[in-house]
Design a protein around this ligand. Sequence first.
Ligand code: ATP
Length: 270
Amino acid sequence: MTPIVELIDVWKSYDGVQALRGMNLEVRRGEIFGLLGPNGAGKTTTLKIIVGLLRMDRGIVKINGIDIREEPYEYKRLIGYVPESVSLPDYLTVEELLVYSGKIRGVPMMHIKERMDYFVKIFELEDKRRTLIASLSSGMRQKVAIVSALINDPDLLILDEPFIGIDPMGQHILKEMFGERVKDGKTVFISTHMLDTAERLCDRVAVIHRGQNVASGDLKDLQRLSRTGEDATLEEVFLRLIEEAKEMSMEKPIKEERKGFSIFFRRDAP
Ligand code: ATP
């Protein structure tokens, strides 16, 4: 089956900072997929390129088999995106924002209303419907951003660090909601540092380091690739893979001059 997300040899630099160095990634339809990596590994950059907020320097990104450079607009209808730092218009009420968010994505008013009623209730925002965004707590704003991303019932829901700042009940609701979506054949793609949660929640993960995919698969695949044994936790596997990736980039650097910058490749991602 065509993957819902496919990245092939994607490169991105910010004014000389090489954030992605040939990123390869495959997310399958109907799974919860986790993007894991240390600070600065390139998770947010990867997600922003996928949703069209950043332009890659080179490489291919396909959403549902379609190259996003060839069809830069249409694919966005399939996506709901919640960034790491949520920024919402303070001058709208929760309800106004959600209606606006649905309308700009061409969702019929009837569906906007249905989804708004459903998600506002499950995220316990019922009594905030007519409250200005400016008066919400940061966790509430994040929940509103999540509901806004869900208003077009996206095939692909992408969330950058979704659990940070949300209370335990909200986190529980979020995880349940992810499970319901994948049961319906939809896809949830998150980045997270919460390895315990990722181990319980994600069907497959990718561990990335310095802008490359070091290893991806389910826990069994990663235990095998990292040679940590079948009882190893995702945290143990992650630490081993990152340690090895660091050693590889120190010990066996292959130097390549690219646009005037020296970069170091580690081994190819399995
Ligand atoms: P974290 O876990 O800390 O959120 P991350 O894996 O999401 O990190 P990115 O935010 O994608 O990592 O950053 C990857 C690299 O790109 C880092 O070296 C970072 O300093 C750099 N970077 C990211 N955004 C910018 C920017 N706007 N300008 C310059 N460099 C940037």
